[in-house]
Design a protein around this ligand. Structure first.
Ligand code: GCO
Ligand code: MG
Length: 401
């Protein structure tokens, strides 16, 4: 089953997406998400100019061999651009294999380990009251897990606070700059969760994303302050390049910790997992080398009772969401899946089989991924450069965003 073509389709139905479409000699094709928010064209070029020429003529059935060929053969290993490109190829090859065998990918991964994947939605608001109302709306929709993010008094903008229904942090034009204050933020979070628990009770899972903003001791203090509210997890408490930073947080709090949406290989999280410094690993299909590599990360995590909690923001396309749900349905140590609903235009460009009901999602039983790409419609939404914001402290110092 030889690969004869590889197309890189860049489109922007409300936000930018990069999709790889691999075509075999018998006309079968597979899709892979290659979207890297704010650096989309770097991955598009890596695929179009460097990877696709190497794939033409190769056997599409050799998923592991092609993965190793692209990882080891490039000499320059790892990094978000490289691993998003490898992820797209891997995902597209799994899609082709499922279609060729007339089986949904989760069946090829060992079958279902559960009836559906627990997902969480994103509630946010400029104030605590608005955020509580938004969370209550998600509960009314059937969600049993909700991430809550709220504006910080004294700051003009705060990450994670959506404008309208669809949360999209990237903005058109050059990178916007936002002002950050950890002091203002840390004092604003416990009151939010006190109010959420008062209004919603303890029957719903509550999550919160610190978004890499605190020092380890600040994160330790926040984790301890949140213990009475029994969060499902506190995410990205501190930048995780220094994996040992999490030892300090772990010493001070029992609030569960999640990290990994910006990781792109098992090497980014090996110590975090082996030392049980985290409870959930957030690596995703699109940024961590595809389904094949994500399975290896999950297998390591299983040994240390770390569960999966894959990233699933709007900047991961429905192709990635579909692949994630096949993985989620099958992997033993599944924890939770993030699910930020895409725009109606995005859902039209990427028709898909996955469904949501009663707080759970299922990938469907279509062969392969169960997602398609309407190329003609995609062409009506041309790429439009957009950047994630940059954060600076109130004194002007650049800070993690
Ligand atoms: C999340 C993420 C998003 C990111 C976005 C970056 O937990 O969903 O932190 O909020 O900011 O995915 O592209
Ligand atoms: Mg996050």
């Amino acid at each position: 089953m030889k690969i004869v073509d590889g197309k890189v389709i860049v489109c922007s139905p409300g936000r930018n997406f990069v999709t790889l479409k691999l075509v075999t000699e018998d006309g079968m094709y597979g899709l892979g998400d290659a979207t890297l928010n704010g650096r989309e064209l770097a991955v598009a070029s890596y695929l179009r100019d460097h990877v696709v020429p190497l794939l033409v003529g190769r056997d599409a059935r050799r998923i592991e061999d092609i993965w190793q060929y692209l990882y080891k053969g490039a000499y320059w290993r790892r990094g978000p651009v490289t691993m998003s490109a490898i992820a797209a190829v891997d995902t597209a090859l799994w899609d082709i294999k499922g279609k060729a065998l007339n089986a949904p990918i989760y069946q090829l991964l060992g079958g279902a380990s559960r009836e559906g994947a627990l997902v969480y939605g994103h509630a946010s608001g400029a104030t605590i009251e608005e955020t509580v109302e938004a969370a209550a709306r998600y509960v009314a929709l059937g969600y049993t897990a909700v991430r809550a993010q709220c504006g910080v008094p004294g700051l003009a903008q705060t990450y994670g606070v959506g404008k309208g229904d669809v949360y999209e942090p990237a903005e058109a034009g050059l990178a916007p700059e936002t002002v950050w204050s950890s002091e203002r933020y840390v004092s604003s979070v416990p009151p939010l969760f006190e109010k959420l628990r008062k209004e919603l009770g303890f029957g719903v899972h509550l999550l919160h994303d610190v978004h890499h903003r605190l020092t380890p001791i600040e994160a330790a203090g926040l984790g301890r302050a949140l213990e009475p509210y029994r969060l499902f997890w506190m995410e990205d408490p501190t930048p995780a390049e220094t994996q040992e930073s999490f030892r300090l947080i772990r010493q001070h709090t029992t609030t569960p910790l999640a990290v990994g949406e910006v990781f792109n290989s098992i090497h980014d999280c090996r110590s975090l997992i082996q030392e049980q410094l985290i409870d959930y690993i957030r690596t995703t299909v699109v940024h961590a080398g595809g389904i094949s590599h994500l399975r290896k990360i999950a297998s390591l995590a299983e040994l240390y009772q770390v569960r999966t909690g894959s990233h699933g923001a709007t900047d991961l396309s429905p192709v990635c969401m579909a692949a994630a749900l096949h993985f989620d349905l099958s992997v033993h140590n599944f924890g939770i899946q993030e699910y930020m609903r895409h725009s109606a235009d995005t859902d039209r460009v990427f028709p898909h089989a996955y469904t949501f009901a009663n707080g759970l999602m299922h990938p469907g039983d279509a062969p392969g991924l169960g997602v398609d790409l309407d190329e003609a419609l995609a062409a009506t939404f041309p790429y439009s450069r957009a950047y994630l914001p940059t954060a600076r402290l109130e004194d002007g110092t650049v800070h993690s965003w």
